[in-house]
Design a protein around this ligand. Structure first.
Ligand code: ZN
Length: 288
């Protein structure tokens, strides 16, 4: 079995590594319970650990390793915790959109969708003082209408889909792909209430992520981690993240980039037509 790289990264690097954080806090809970009596505070408090504590631990780790990451921030989080978003900006990380109250895009109409993008963009740009370019949909669901809205609002990339494990084009927009294996929530998220599966050990998650990183090196893929401060900000999980960073840093043929840098690289070096050719090769077409 050959391991011909399916994607070429700058300066001959074998793989691209990007760390992303969906700064949800309590917003998914607020969206999920919007129509019911919300006089409970258990899960709210669990989630507020993110903007209160988790975010600062993460920023410390990133600073220590001189890594620039991407934070996708719901508008309401910027409204409620401006000091946390200011801390992200102060450390020169990228900020991207992630709904206003973490609205699932398949549960809102086009008018509401437009509002969530415009309002969140304004709120974040008031803090960052520069244009916000990236979008990650809440819960990673997408519709063609969302891509149309991204273009209307001048956003330049999306990071919500899994069609490849390197950047690709979707509806005329660069896609910086995520994947469930590289999401902390499926391993760690636990909110009680009779949930059957206990959270997994950080050392096990480290191994899974390290194996996927090693695999992606052979294919020239994008290793894009998605973490949540309320989940990954817990002590033993922060330690596992540091261990993973240390492991990847032992290699010198890695392109560390923010999601925006990955998207910009793709736009510049892979025009749509070129990508079609690459797809045919992947599928054993005329170029395979
Ligand atoms: Zn989210």
């Amino acid at each position: 079995m050959s391991h011909a790289p399916t994607y070429r990264w700058p300066n001959g690097n074998a793989v691209a590594v990007s760390l992303s954080f969906d700064f949800d806090g309590e917003t998914p809970f607020l969206w999920r319970t919007r129509d019911i009596n919300r006089s409970v505070i258990g899960e709210m408090e669990q989630r507020r650990f993110g903007p209160r504590v988790g975010i600062y631990r993460i920023l410390d780790v990133l600073k220590q390793w001189h890594i620039k990451a991407t934070f996708f921030v719901p508008g309401l989080i910027a409204e409620r915790y401006p000091e946390a978003v200011e801390a992200i900006v102060r450390d020169q990380h990228e900020i991207g959109l992630h709904g206003y109250v973490h609205e699932r895009v398949d549960e809102i109409d086009d008018g509401t969708l437009d509002w969530t993008i415009a309002a969140a963009k304004q709120k974040l740009e008031d803090i960052t003082g520069r244009p916000v370019c990236g979008y990650r949909s809440p819960s990673w669901e997408m519709t063609p209408a969302v891509f149309a809205a991204l273009k209307r609002h001048g956003l330049t990339y999306d990071s919500s889909l899994m069609g490849y494990d390197h950047p690709y084009w979707m509806e005329g927009v660069p896609e910086v792909p995520v994947q469930w294996l590289l999401d902390d929530a499926i391993f760690y998220r636990y909110v009680g209430g009779g949930q059957a599966n206990p959270p997994q050990r950080p050392s096990h998650v480290y191994r899974l992520w390290e194996e996927e990183y090693t695999g992606l090196r052979a294919y020239g893929g994008l290793f894009l981690l998605t973490m949540h401060p309320w989940i990954s900000g817990r002590a033993s999980r922060i330690a596992a993240l540091e261990r993973l960073i240390r492991r990847i840093r032992s290699h010198h043929d890695v392109w560390w980039a923010t999601c925006q840098e990955v998207a910009d690289y793709h736009s510049t070096h892979y025009v749509s037509q070129f990508h079609e050719t690459a797809s045919e090769r992947l599928w054993g077409g005329p170029h395979g």
